[in-house]
Write a protein that binds this ligand. Structure first.
Ligand SMILES: Cc1cc2nc3c(=O)[nH]c(=O)nc-3n(C[C@H](O)[C@H](O)[C@H](O)COP(=O)(O)OP(=O)(O)OC[C@H]3O[C@@H](n4cnc5c(N)ncnc54)[C@H](O)[C@@H]3O)c2cc1C
Length: 531
């Protein structure tokens, strides 16, 4: 096992919508290292179905898009950030088109879609495979660029900071990022970079059920926290009401459009329970209300799922209009025109994240955070559907615009190599596996859709015990991805619990039985490690 040092102008951690748009928009004179722990195309970007919201049609305006975003955001939307992002939508759409991503509904092409909370059609899409097209095309483009080196299967472990490595670079008490340690093939590389960009996506894996890929372990958020950056509003976690409940097929989303076509939710006693929660809108109530109703029924009856009955649509309609869902559920033996589909809400979107401006600037020099890993305040306390691809893409463009053409020379940086000390190989995988499921279960059961102080305090105590054991393993075992990701979801879980305990009200996606009122003035929750 040997270590090595790599120098680059810009180090981008993550190759989803945010990382790719940033890499492709940077000037060709800059040398870029684009790192992804998963082979490309990847990330939540790859999974995005609905589309990308952009106010470009004649009956739409930035003002209307802003109003819709604010209405969804539970009083916490940062208007300045929202205006900045929304008004850059048309530029993003043109830029995507120049790279070869031509979405339905974009200038002169096809018809855009509409989703809950949008007052006009503004969701640009590619059938129900929008993210796949974006990921595939942008990944291809990045592989063709002479100034971009792509490193797949490479895992960013920690940020390298001046305060730890080169105190002389700390300016007026503001720390500087000088790169990251990257694990690849059992080796830890020291990557020194003039500018580092975190684009590592969300953290759905912190919960037992999630629509996210296995790689969404909040690594960037945890790394930034350990480096002393403020992490904000992590109590706002968006749950999608309907993911498939099946042991052989996890993380599989059952689109909201089925409910749009009349599919109904039933508890395991066969009751259409939405009439007890939102009798007017029933199954078409906003996502957080439906998710909360399902959670409440599961807790009331002691069940681990509910049912979505779409049998009335019949075989032909289901096969033609919902091929993704039909293929997905029939592959595990569920015949959706004959029987209801077992569903469960699932962690879907990390609204909070690393405190960042819309161009990704953070509280640390030389470090930006973009996309789902960041929090600009655009979504406030609740995300409007299809606004996240917009945010990730626009932040990628803006970060690239604002990264100076002349960066600090990484050749002038130095950092200690990773020290393996007396670390030993992890021989007992059961230690890691157990902690993974314990953590995800406690987050699901105690820190899920509806919270109480009692459950949150209990969760914190359990997580603290797990964290102690995980830290001990981290410092004594050779680094392996399962352990590093576990350490990160544990950090993120702890931040979510602490943020939830700190918010003494219910707002947006955070609902507390002990503090059901919404209080004024609205405030962000900030969690920061004191170094
Ligand atoms: C099922 C699903 C459907 C969705 N549908 C929509 C939709 O229709 N519209 C919409 O706007 N939003 C949608 N979203 C949300 C949206 O897809 C994401 O918010 C957005 O794609 C995030 O982009 P990103 O670039 O920030 O992160 P991601 O696309 O998640 O990319 C993260 C990247 O970071 C890499 N990475 C992570 N950790 C590390 C590490 N430690 N080291 C190195 N690399 C690392 C990953 O390999 C990946 O390359 C959906 C999400 C899901 C899960």
């Amino acid at each position: 096992m040997s270590n090595g040092v790599i120098e680059t102008d810009v180090l981008i951690l993550g190759a989803g919508m945010a990382g790719l748009t940033c890499a492709l928009s940077l000037p060709s004179e800059l040398e870029i290292l684009l790192v992804s722990k998963m082979p490309m195309p990847t990330g939540s970007t790859y999974l995005a179905q609905g589309g990308l919201a952009a106010a470009i049609s004649e009956d739409d305006s930035f003002k209307l898009h802003l109003e819709d975003t604010i209405n969804a955001g539970g009083g916490l939307v940062n208007e300045e950030a929202a205006i900045d992002i929304i008004s850059a939508g048309p530029r993003l759409v043109r830029q995507l088109s120049s790279w070869g991503v031509n979405l339905e509904g974009s200038f002169g092409k096809g018809k855009s879609g509409i989703e809950g909370g949008h007052s006009v059609r503004r969701v640009l899409h590619h059938k129900d495979r929008t993210g796949r097209l974006i990921s595939e095309v942008l990944s291809e483009c990045s592989l063709e660029r002479g100034n971009i080196t792509v490193m797949e299967g490479a895992f960013a472990v920690n940020l390298l900071t001046a305060s730890r490595e080169m105190p002389e670079l700390v300016e007026n008490a503001v720390d500087r990022c000088i790169g990251a340690h990257i694990l690849q093939n059992g080796t830890i590389l020291t990557v020194l970079a003039g500018e580092t960009v975190i684009a590592t996506g969300g953290s759905g894996k912190v919960y037992r059920y999630t629509s996210n890929q296995d790689s969404s372990t909040g690594d960037g958020i945890a790394m930034a926290y350990r480096a002393g950056l403020p992490i904000i509003n992590m109590e706002f976690y968006q749950f999608h009401p309907t993911c498939l409940f099946h042991p052989d097929k996890r993380n599989f989303l059952i689109t909201e459009a089925l409910r749009g076509e009349g599919a109904v939710l039933l508890n395991l006693e066969g009751e259409r329970f939405m009439e007890n929660y939102d009798p007017q809108r029933m199954e078409l109530a906003p996502r957080d209300i439906v998710a909360r109703a399902i959670d409440s029924e599961m807790k009331r009856l002691g069940n681990d799922h509910v049912l979505l009955d779409a049998t009335h649509l019949g075989r032909e309609k289901l096969t033609i209009s919902f091929p993704e869902v039909t293929n997905g559920v029939t592959s595990v033996g569920i015949i959706p025109w004959e029987e209801p589909i077992p569903v469960v809400p699932a962690a879907h979107y990390t609204v909070g994240g690393i405190d960042a401006q819309t161009d990704g600037k953070t509280a640390m020099n030389g470090l930006r955070a973009i996309g789902e890993a960041s929090c600009t305040g655009f979504h406030g306390a609740n995300r409007l559907g299809s606004n996240s691809l917009l945010e990730a893409g626009v932040m990628g463009l803006k970060a690239a615009d604002s990264i100076p053409g002349t960066l600090m020379d990484p050749d002038s940086f130095h950092a200690r190599d990773w020290s393996f000390g007396r670390a030993e190989p992890l021989m007992e995988n059961v230690l890691v596996d157990y902690a993974w499921s314990a953590l995800r279960n406690v987050m699901w059961d105690y820190v899920g859709i509806v919270r109480s102080d009692r459950r949150l305090h209990r969760a914190l105590r359990i997580i603290d015990v797990l964290a102690g054991e995980i830290e001990a393993d981290y410092w004594t075992m050779l680094p392996v991805i399962g352990l590093l990701e576990l350490r990160n979801i544990c950090t993120v879980g702890r931040i979510i619990v602490k943020s939830a305990l700190r918010r003494r009200e219910s707002r947006g996606l955070h609902f507390s039985l002990d503090c059901p009122e919404t209080k004024q003035p609205p405030r962000d929750t900030v969690i920061k490690l004191m170094l």
